[in-house]
Each structure stands twice: as C-alpha cells, then as structure tokens.
Design a protein around this ligand. Structure first.
Ligand code: ZN
Length: 366
C-alpha cells in the first residue's frame, strides 16, 4: 500500500512561529543592539541602565563603561542627574576621557557649573594632564590669557608651583625639610625653627672657613668631598665659599642686600630668611678665588659631572621665570645621585621636576 505521507503541520506551525519571532526581534535587536551586545552589564545593573545607555552614547567601550559605573557606584557619585550630565557633555562635544574625568572628580554642583561654560577644546587638553586640578581651573585660564606663548602643560605646572601668586605672599610651609629632595623657593617656606640635625664641619681643603666655619649636612658633604677630589684629578679646582646658613644668618644677608640694593633687587638675587636652600644644609656657593661663571672650566666640569655626586646646578638663566632667581652659576644643590641624574638628563628646573615627579607621585600614592 502506498501510504501517503501526511504533512507535518506541527513542524510547519513551529517554523512559522519561529519566523514570526525573528521578524519581530530583528528590528528590536537593531534598535537596541547596545543592550543586546552588552547584556551582562545591563542585567547586573538594571537600576542604572539609563546611565549605561548614556555611557555607550558617549562611545565608551564595554570595559570602560563597566569600570566607570563601578567607580561611580563605589564612590557614591551617582545622582538622578548623572545620565543627563553624560548626555549633555557628550552633545557639547567633549570626548570620553574628559567626560570620565569630570564624572569621577566633580561634584554635581561643579558639573552643572561646567556645563554652563561654552565648549572649549583646551579643556580636554587640561583634563588629560596628571597635575590637572579642577579647583584651579579659573587660575589656569587667567594665566593662559596672560601667557599665550605657554603650552597647556606649562600652564598647569606653573599654577601648581603658584607662579601666578606674588613672591612670599601666599607661601606654604614645607612639612619635611629633612627630605634631601625637598623643594624650597619663594613660595615654599622652611619652618623658622628648622635646623638640620646632621650638620658637619667642612674641611679647609674643600671650604673657605676664613669668615666662619662652613657646615653642610653629612651626606651632602661626603658627596661634595668625592666630587672635589674627582674634579681635582681632572685639573679643575673649586671649593665652598658658603654652605649652611641658619635662619638668622640668612636674615642678616637679606637685610644687608635690601639695604644696599633695594627691595626689588634683593628679591631677585637673595632669598628671604625661611626661603633659602642654604637653610636646608644642602646648598653650596662655589668659588675658585673668584666666583664661578658659566664661561669657566669649573662650570663646564660641573655641568658634565655634578649629578654623579648628587648635585644639580640650580639656577640657570633660561629658568629665571620659574625659579624666581637670576642665574647663579656658582650655586649647587644636593638632591642625591638618582634625582640629580634625572634632573640633569631632563634639563628642567628643579621646580618642574619636583612638582611633576616627586610631589605628584606622593599625591597619587596616597
Ligand atoms: Zn647660594
């Protein structure tokens, strides 16, 4: 018997149903492709799906969106407006790096304020920098207007050094004057009562003790002796003409300078008491009968070798607007071999090195 095969209606129905589901689903998939592709993120954060949507809208990648959301959750930085902030920043034209910085670091009030400003491409450059600090934003912009030739990196560095403030006016007291890498200048004050505990007398072989016994911190002195011996082997001789100065000693020098040359000149060439590296017991003024000049063989030798003994030439002509001092070819500062080598290789003022590579590291390690 030829048994005719009955059509399988059940199978047909199932296929039809499946096709219907696909036809309905495809447009949903296309419209909501972010949600589908990033299903696990949405599932685990159903409450925040609006924020996740806006992060993807701002071109965040999956892992970036996840990190940022977790950061905001952990640091309790999510408000009813978070989604709007992201969308508005994005529509203003800010990139995701900028948006991310602002979300993580600004309060709701600051975000609202930031959104009231016109889009400025420079903001994105500012925000990228390690030293960027939103609370100093207005100072950056003012300084930038007054110093149009500076790069944005320079502006942020200089504001971090308070160079937009008046010398000595808003000075900050340094907390660890014993640290051999500590920075002092016209904005960073040494505590009045600080006296290094490890000062040693310098030998007549390496110092002019005619006007009083010169002293230096032990480590700096030992390295100075090594350096003098090495230079003498090369036929170059210099010695210390001035080294450690107490607050009172510096006070006398400064007052004499003001008396003889007037306030303005004094502030350019001499340090006020509390602001001189000599008070740290880590600075030396050199001489070789006469003062050391940039043209002399001593200066050439020091430029090439001082870092090997932990010393840097501290005040160069091209750095005057950062250091706040006219060039001093005779003044060297001990910072340790490692730091001196890095400073010398970068050929930047110690202010810049300190703020970028020493202070900033301490800040981010906290
Ligand atoms: Zn000096």
């Amino acid at each position: 018997m030829n048994k005719r095969k009955k059509p399988n209606y059940k199978l047909r129905r199932d296929i039809a149903k499946a096709m219907l589901v696909v036809i309905i689903l495809i447009p949903i998939l296309i419209i909501n492709k972010t949600k589908i592709f990033n299903f696990p993120l949405y599932i685990s954060n159903i409450k925040y799906s609006g924020i996740i949507d806006s992060l993807f809208e701002a071109n965040y990648k999956y892992s970036e969106a996840k990190n940022t959301l977790n950061y905001l959750k952990e640091n309790k930085k999510i408000s009813d407006d978070t989604k709007d902030y992201i969308l508005k920043l994005n529509s203003k034209g800010y990139n995701k790096t900028t948006i991310d910085y602002l979300l993580r670091n600004l309060s709701d009030g600051e975000l609202t304020e930031f959104l009231s400003k016109k889009y400025n491409k420079d903001y994105e450059e500012y925000i990228k920098l390690d030293l960027f600090d939103y609370s100093k934003f207005d100072r950056y912009l003012t300084y930038q207007k007054e110093n149009k030739n500076l790069s944005i990196d320079d502006i942020v560095t200089r504001i971090e050094l308070n160079l937009d403030k008046t010398y000595y006016e808003d000075s900050i007291e340094i907390k660890n004057p014993n640290d051999i890498t500590i920075l002092t200048n016209k904005y960073l004050e040494i505590p009045d009562d600080y006296e290094p505990k490890d000062l040693v007398d310098m030998s007549d072989d390496y110092a002019n003790n005619m006007y009083g016994q010169l002293r230096l911190r032990k480590e700096a002195y030992e390295k100075f002796v090594e350096m003098c011996n090495a230079s003498r082997e090369d036929g170059v001789k210099f010695y210390a003409e001035s080294a450690y100065r107490s607050y009172n000693h510096q006070n006398i020098i400064y007052k004499n300078y003001v008396h003889e040359n007037g306030q303005e000149k004094a502030d350019k060439y001499a340090a006020k008491p509390g602001f001189s590296e000599h008070e740290l017991g880590l600075a030396i003024d050199l001489a070789n009968i006469w003062t050391i000049t940039t043209k002399g063989e001593e200066y050439a030798w020091l430029s090439k070798n001082a870092h090997k003994y932990g010393y840097i030439i501290r005040y160069k002509e091209e750095w005057e607007d950062i250091t706040g001092y006219a060039a001093e070819s005779w003044h060297i500062r001990y910072v340790g071999v490692e730091t001196a080598t890095k400073v010398r290789n970068k050929n930047i003022p110690y202010e810049e090195y300190y703020i970028k590579y020493i202070a900033n590291k301490k800040k981010t390690n906290k």
